[in-house]
Design a protein around this ligand. Structure first.
Ligand code: PLP
Length: 480
């Protein structure tokens, strides 16, 4: 034991903190590029190397970092590798990492304005900045009837939207009396909508079968004519349509649902899920993806995907904050305070499910101030340009075909061969360790996804990825 009891001393913290910053910088600048992108760990491998009990006696920090290097790193899939093209980007940056560190260092709980005014007020200001940066309607800003809040994920944002929509549709009765008086609540999303919306529909208690999956057109975008037809059928059957989710950049193929045509007719709450692609709207030339967003009741996108901000950071905007607050506000005695009761402040605990909240606005503030709008536009444009170049190489090669339109930074493609051959191609590429892709199914066919957006990816990495794909494709065909 030391003078500080069992706590780490400030001196040790300074020493280890500086070493850890060096470790992180080395990881990004030198190490990650050479590590196999996809972890090769078999199930249980990492656990088996860890003791079965927590230590009785505290250990030196060096021992922990040694285990990070020796035990954990082999079990890491390197999302920050410049050669990571799977799923979606989760591109972190140094200013964001420093923002996370500062948030941890301050360790505040921002559940109420009064529990840390700066935590709330910085968040309000930064979300207003973002609304302007993305060209979102004025109504989503705190100066109007709406406003923005940081949530942990797009899944939680959609859940919050569904809850507020459910309450609005039931005259703010379902929180009080449950759903027994409202058995016919029906929600809508396309067949390509992210699975989180189905999970959220289950959570809010309407039942999975009351989330209607609307079919898509040849670009995998929702067909508004089929949506309208389904709504009319449901109305005729005595149901209550109350919510529709439109996606700006679907997970499988980056399809853009036509927001303007999925307008909030029939009093339906329209939520827009722009999880990855919303970031592109920082560039005016890509703002077409938001055509009609002014018709939405709520909108969410994830800076933790493509805006150089560490997970977790989803920006959720509503046009009518009163509807949201009425849905989620609860004020027990132990949270009462003068500012809240005077109605003079925002208490973000009323804007999502959890009570407690971290100071997440710090990392976003640091990112926005470090890059500036021009820095973000510069990097987004490069990512899109490289993805478009990749799409043109696919289109020009007779062995491959594009599997969907590629409007931004995601390219879906396949070998002109069987599903089994495409699966084999993906397996070979990922097992090779030099790059990583993921897959989906489009029109029932196995499809490879190439998504450009990592912080350290450069044009040469994309060119090298194409060379690897060509080599592995040759190997696949040579076994035929
Ligand atoms: N919506 C879309 C369109 C997505 O692509 C994703 C993630 O892949 C999600 C929602 C879920 O995001 P989160 O992990 O923030 O809940």
């Amino acid at each position: 034991m030391t003078d500080a009891g069992y706590h780490m001393s400030a001196e040790e913290f300074r020493l280890q903190g500086k070493r850890l910053i060096d470790w992180i910088a080395d990881y990004h600048e030198k190490r990650v590029v050479d590590l196999p992108v996809l972890s090769r760990a078999e199930p249980g491998l990492i656990q088996n190397e860890l003791p079965e009990r927590a230590p009785e006696r505290g250990e030196p920090f060096e021992a922990m970092m040694q285990d990070v290097d020796e035990i954990l790193l082999p079990g890491i899939t390197h999302w920050q590798s410049p050669n990571f093209y799977a799923y979606f980007p989760a591109n972190v940056s140094y200013p964001s990492i420093l923002g996370e560190l500062l948030s941890a260092g301050l360790g505040v709980q921002g559940m109420l304005w009064s529990t840390s005014p700066a935590c709330t007020e910085l968040e309000t200001r930064v979300l207003d900045w973002i609304a302007k940066l993305l060209g979102l309607p004025e109504g989503f800003r705190s100066s109007g009837d709406g406003g923005g809040v940081i949530q942990d994920s797009a899944s939680s944002a959609a859940l919050t939207a569904l809850l507020a929509a459910r309450e609005r549709a039931t005259g703010y009765q379902s929180n009080e009396r449950g759903l027994a008086d409202h058995p016919g609540l029906v929600a809508y999303a396309s067949t390509q909508t992210h699975s989180s919306v189905e999970k959220d529909a289950r959570v809010i208690g309407i039942g999975r079968s009351n989330l209607r999956a609307i079919d898509v057109d040849e670009s995998f975008a929702m067909r508004p004519d089929l949506l309208e037809q389904q709504i009319l059928e449901d109305l005729a059957a005595g149901s209550t349509p109350f919510f529709a989710c439109a996606t700006v950049g679907t997970t499988s193929s980056n399809a853009m649902d036509p927001l303007r045509e999925i307008c909030r007719k029939h009093g339906i709450w329209l939520h827009v899920d722009a999880a990855m692609s919303g970031t592109a709207a920082i560039c005016p030339e890509f703002r077409f993806i938001h055509d009609g967003v002014e018709l939405a009741d709520s909108y969410a996108f994830n800076p933790h995907k493509w805006m150089f901000t560490n997970f977790d950071c989803d920006c959720f905007f509503v046009a009518d904050r009163a509807a949201l607050i009425r849905t989620l506000s609860i004020l027990p005695e132990y949270l009462r305070n003068r500012a809240t009761e005077a109605g003079a402040v925002i208490d973000y605990r009323d804007w999502h499910v959890p009570l407690g909240r971290r100071f997440r606005a710090l990392k976003l503030w640091f990112v926005l101030r470090h890059y500036g709008a021009e820095g973000l536009r510069y990097h987004i444009r490069r990512h899109v340009a490289w993805a478009q170049a990749f799409a043109s190489w696919i289109a020009a090669d007779e062995c491959f075909e594009l599997a969907a339109p590629a409007p931004l930074n995601l390219v879906c493609f396949r070998l002109r061969a069987s599903d089994a051959r495409n699966e084999e191609l993906l397996e070979r590429i990922n097992q090779g360790g030099k790059m990583m892709l993921s897959h989906t199914k489009l029109d029932g066919r196995y499809t490879l996804r190439f998504c450009v957006g990592q912080t350290h990816t450069e044009e040469r990495h994309v060119q090298e990825a194409w060379r690897i794909i060509l080599d592995e494709a040759k190997a696949v065909f040579s076994f035929e």
